[in-house]
Ligand binder design. Sequence first.
Ligand SMILES: [Zn+2]
Length: 226
Amino acid sequence: MSSGRSNVIILLGPPGAGKGTIASDLVDRYEMTTVSTGNILRSAMKRQTELGKKAKSYMDAGSLVPDEIVLELLVSHISQMDLSRNLILDGYPRNVAQARSLSTLLGKLGIPLGLVANVEVDDSELIERILSRRTCSKSDCQAVYNTRYSPTKQPGICDRCQSPLITRSDETEEVIQHRLRVYQEQTQPLLSHYKSTNLLRHYSHKDSSVIADLVAKDVEKINVEI
Ligand SMILES: [Zn+2]
């Protein structure tokens, strides 16, 4: 369903909403490309590019990498990409300031922002999902399972390496609830910002592949309208 012209799709959703799964589904089944600022940062640091070195100096000092650097990395990454595909931005922007810089950047690159897809999941459901996560205890495996959605063949034992599974100690109900509150506080202004641009759509479904289908359908509509 390549339209020959790319749009940017921003994927928003709380931790545990399955954004990663939805994004990889859109990549596999609808020929889109994911742009993850986390991955771009890591790769620039690994390749020791000028920007990568700058970013690393902030991280080594224990501070956040400034927005301008992340944005510069994003520009150089996107300008080298195959722009016949739709681009999914996962994990960016996180606040209104970043949203504004992003739209300036996309304007310069001539790529329209087509859709802001907000994945909604009830807090109680999110908490249950995160609490049913299990991780392999072997440090060089760390496979992730979910006792509800992707259980192992033998309960409590990793399918890949047969080591015992553990629950992450930082994922208690209180910690998750706090993380969700912080997410809501940060995201509310972002949602209001995008609501005014008329690009915001909300998606809510237990099955992330259904959400991927709905998002793809809406992206198709934009391409027709443009
Ligand atoms: Zn394992």
